[in-house]
Ligand binder design. Structure first.
Ligand code: 9MR
Length: 352
């Protein structure tokens, strides 16, 4: 079982405002409230669009989805993709185990297919992901020598980013590096264990050199609740990077939620990160059973933060989701729009 399933349940409990405020006071983090940096997302005169991507574009945002190369030939799938979305993320095709199965030998067919198809249709592309402890080939996780791992990591980053230079709007440079639970520290991984905690900085510096036109994101799950130790750990990392001039442009909040949807502090979290001088994005949104109100709250949190630049849902139809049996997406197995779809579109000011 994928460990994410265990975590989505805990992820959804909004903390009371009192607890959030107390944590803000005690934590010493420079924090602003969600409302303070919220910008009106919709101008009254803006025409109402009837698809997700078109409506997101009214406020300069994108609305994207994860796609699988193997499904692009399915007519229902491709029809929804092209009608509704103006950004795509390769669900698996750009991961290390898909692109560099053995050292120095790169495979780009399925990733190229996704990128070329999207760009040919005017859709933007998110890059996912360069440095991640999971879906990592054994030949990488078995490296014990720092010099070797450093050179392997740099080569992987440089090769992928160079191939798609100028074609990717945001790259998840480092994915899921923080530990779950209360430590607020980086998790154990070959990268941290062999290179030390500085591997995150090394990865971002290599990424900036490889494609200066791409926004460089740190991406993680269970960092939506402001007072959580994991959220605070990522916040400290981003604050430190900005203070020291280490390149970082965005933070991706995966947003794999349980039925309750986002925690009550989600907008505050987005606003507090944005106040550090980075964009924020919702990168892998899905919600168990897809309650309409939970989608409304998720989309509103982004729309209310000026630097929340886009939302990506993690799949098109429920049958495309990694969360088998949880029906967490905006379209049912037949490709019909669900109540959650109408909620998401309406929350952006569109009209179903
Ligand atoms: O949706 C992806 C699924 O098809 C893969 O089997 C899985 C392997 O770990 O990864 C899923 O996508 C993950 C994403 O890359 C990173 N965040 C969590 C996502 C869901 O597990």
């Amino acid at each position: 079982m994928n460990p994410h399933f265990r975590r989505t349940g805990r992820n959804r409990r909004p903390l009371s405002g009192v607890l959030v405020a107390a944590t803000l006071l005690a934590g010493g983090a420079t924090a602003t409230t969600g409302a303070a940096s919220a910008a009106p997302a919709i101008t009254p005169a803006a025409p109402k669009a009837s698809t997700l991507g078109a409506q997101a574009a009214q406020s300069g945002r994108y609305f994207g989805t994860a796609v699988a190369a193997g499904k692009l030939s399915n007519g229902v799938y491709a029809g929804i993709l092209d009608r509704e979305f103006n950004s795509v993320t390769a669900e698996n095709e750009m991961k290390w185990d898909a692109t560099e199965r053995s050292r120095g030998s790169f495979t780009f067919g399925p990733a190229d297919q996704i990128v070329n198809r999207a760009l040919g249709r005017g859709q933007r592309v998110r890059g996912h992901t360069l440095v991640w402890h999971s879906q990592l080939p054994g030949w990488v996780s078995g490296i014990g020598d720092a010099g070797t791992l450093r050179s392997v990591m740099r080569n992987h980053i440089t090769t992928l980013m160079s191939r798609y230079r100028g074609k990717i709007h945001s790259w998840d440079v480092v994915n899921e590096a923080f530990a779950d639970g209360g430590s607020g520290q980086l998790r154990s991984s070959v990268f941290r264990n062999v290179l030390g905690t500085g591997f995150v900085e090394e990865a971002f510096r290599a990424a900036r050199s490889a494609d200066p036109s791409a926004k460089l994101c740190y991406n993680d799950y269970s960092i939506e609740n402001w007072s959580d130790a994991k959220t605070q750990g990522v916040y400290r990392l981003v604050r430190d990077f900005k203070a020291r001039g280490v390149p970082i442009d965005c933070v991706g909040f995966q947003a794999h939620f349980g039925t309750g949807g986002p925690p009550g502090s989600f907008q505050t979290t987005l606003a507090n990160f944005a106040a550090l001088g980075v964009d924020v994005q919702i990168t892998e949104l899905d919600i168990a059973q897809a309650p309409a109100a939970a989608y409304t709250n998720s989309v509103r949190a982004c729309m209310n933060v000026a630097r929340c630049t886009g939302i990506t849902v993690w799949g098109i139809r429920d049958s495309d989701s990694w969360r088998v049996g949880q029906n967490p997406l905006l379209f049912d197995n037949n490709g019909n729009k669900k109540a959650a779809y109408r909620a998401a579109l309406t929350a952006m000011g569109g009209t179903p």
